[in-house]
Design a protein around this ligand. Structure first.
Ligand code: ZN
Length: 133
């Protein structure tokens, strides 16, 4: 297992971590198999989506803001929208790995989704070898 530290720069942000994950897979000696990514936070999450046009990440964040209302919650910390957005995106990904690299589609990137930043976030990376993956 390897862990990345991902610094985020604003309250809400999608940070492309694809290159860091591929570097981690190389240092884990990955071949063919699966990459398990785990985000051990309650106001951040992980997602795969388009990495080519940054407007897509911006649109995803603005759509989540429309879906998740800013007020009307009980949690005293005041960051309930971030908790709800984190539930919607989810805390883990299981991704195919071929020849030691993520087997993503042409337009796909892996994102750490920050919903209550800026902070340093942790992402744990495990490689699971599989025959004929
Ligand atoms: Zn909270």
């Amino acid at each position: 297992m390897l862990a990345l530290t991902v610094p985020t720069a604003s309250r809400e942000q999608l940070v492309d971590i694809t290159a860091e994950v591929n570097r981690a897979l190389a240092s884990l000696g990955a071949g063919d198999g699966l990459c398990h990514l785990w985000c051990p936070h309650t106001t951040a999450a992980l997602a795969v989506n388009e990495g080519a046009d940054p407007d897509v990440a911006s649109d995803v964040l603005s759509a989540l803001r429309r879906i998740v209302p800013p007020g009307g919650y009980r949690h005293a910390e005041g960051n309930s929208p971030a908790h709800v957005k984190s539930v919607l995106a989810g805390p883990f990904l299981l991704l195919p790995v071929r020849a030691g690299r993520l087997a993503l589609g042409t337009w796909q990137s892996v994102f750490l989704c920050e919903f209550d930043g800026p902070r340093n976030r942790r992402v744990e990376i495990r490689f699971i070898p599989l025959e004929g993956a």
